[in-house]
Design a protein around this ligand. Sequence first.
Ligand code: AVI
Length: 319
Amino acid sequence: MSFASEVREGLGERPRRLPPHWFYDELGSRLFDAICLLPWYRITRVEQRLLARAARAMSQTAPGPGLVAELGPGNGEKLALFLGGLAGRGGVDGSRRVLLVDISPEALSAATARLAKAGIVEVTALRGPYEKGLARIARERPPGGSPLVLFLGSNIGNFEPARASRFLKDVRSALKAGDRFLLGADLVKPEKDLLLAYDDPLGVSAAFNLNVLARMNRELEANFDLATFTHRVVWNAPQRCIEMHLVSRRAQRVRIRGARLDLLLRKGESIFTEASYKYDPADLRAQVEAAGFATRRRFLDRPAAYALTLYEAVEEPGP
Ligand code: AVI
């Protein structure tokens, strides 16, 4: 669906909402990169350390994957690091086939450039939803080799639980028994740490959230006055998720010409922009295994409460 149609649909609903994938235009992608550098947002740094450990461990098990596919590669930094580690001491294996899947063209070109800088040139950048990438993986298996699918950065946390289960089953369906899946997931941790990670004192997360309104102004001829919205972050304990909202500070009317929408907002009314689910380790294991995977190795950072887990697709039970 296009930006205009998702804006029209989501902002027309009650409560009003916007799907989080629209955060990532060029400015939004850069703001997200800045979030990843913040001391309060530990996911990226911690995952990089775990990826280096995972690559070392995996490079000792033969054979290596014939294809490495990353769904949602961001700026490609983590993948370059992982592939460097996987190639071992000899450095990056530039001939390894890599597939990048993202709906953001900005992310795809940043990731492709980052990989090229690391000497990895056998890269296919596929613009589209993850499903399109999974269909490609299923269709184009490397001859004699097996694919490894990466889903990092706790991107799974941005799916509601039912959608996460469906996604895991879709990944499994694209693979054959023995293929591998590396998943990064942020775990439940103290509320104060979570609030700081999503509402940082520098205001970068607030800018990231507000940019989706600015994006509608730029691309859909909307007239949002950003100064009349507040970035609000809530820990929803029963659902185990961080919610991000944009709250209207006053009653107002906003015109979004490109989405053919006139939006009437009450004072205090919120637009729900993102849910970031945090996992309980046992629940995560059960959910991934229910999709047809076996847990092979877990790389855990206890202080940051983050898990990178290597799974292997297992035979699906017969009818
Ligand atoms: C991309 N995703 C996993 C991030 C998260 O933590 O949910 C997006 C983000 N939103 C605010 N800060 C970071």
